[in-house]
Design a protein. Structure first.
Length: 219
């Protein structure tokens, strides 16, 4: 009778642990997406404060899943990985915007400007473009990390109708690498939560339940 009661009592605890782990993973993903969405309009100091608050909340949630030292380490890892993922995804922000609202235009290179040499730093090339059909001016200069095009070269580029983003070729405006890197970093953050949950489960299975001797047999 007592053994059956103990077995039935272990079920809800395990279910709660799984539900909390899943909820914590969703929380980590939601915070990362939210910080990415608002990071463009927030000062750096405020972003650091928000990440700090997120770390404290996450550590408290993870403390319910596993040992304190593991929870703190995983919280730090998850916050660092999430912040890095937001930074990497931010590098693709302009590419995503240009692909969303940019117009594909046939252009011709009419002028080329090479950046001044600065030590060992690579010299970027900037190109002035005009529309191939009517000779209209394309707003902004297209920039490349090396001398790729000559004057007179015809290209297909994406042009921002609002003129806020430099024109780029479809190959340049490809955010796949940045988004893949951001997804990998978020996988690391979520894996940290799973690691804590697994450590907590192993700790309980080894006979060290959280809460101490409350569950011990009566004399």
């Amino acid at each position: 009778m007592n053994a059956g009661s103990a077995g039935s009592g272990a079920g809800p605890s395990r279910t709660f642990r799984v539900a909390l782990a899943i909820s914590t993973c969703c929380y980590v993903l939601a915070v990362a997406c939210g910080m990415y969405a608002v990071s463009g309009g927030l000062p750096a100091f405020l972003q650091v404060c928000l990440w700090g608050v997120h770390g404290v909340v996450l550590a408290l949630l993870l403390r319910r899943l596993g040992p304190t030292e593991t929870a703190l380490g995983a919280a730090l890892l998850a916050v660092a990985a999430s912040a890095a993922a937001g930074y990497v995804a931010g590098l693709a922000r302009e590419d995503l915007t240009l692909r969303q609202r940019g117009e594909q235009v046939a252009v011709a290179v009419v002028a080329e400007r090479l950046d001044p040499a600065e030590g060992r730093k690579g010299r970027h090339s900037s190109y002035t473009l005009e529309r191939a059909e009517d000779g209209g001016t394309v707003p902004g200069e297209m920039e490349t990390t090396s001398d790729l095009y000559d004057v007179g070269r015809r290209l297909i580029v994406l042009v921002d109708p609002e003129g806020e983003i430099r024109p780029r070729t479809p190959g340049q405006a490809d955010p796949a690498a940045e988004l893949t890197g951001a997804a990998g970093l978020m996988l690391v953050a979520v894996a940290g939560v799973g690691w804590v949950a697994w450590r907590g489960w192993r700790r309980g299975a080894a006979g060290h339940p959280r809460g101490g001797g409350a569950g011990g047999p009566a004399a």
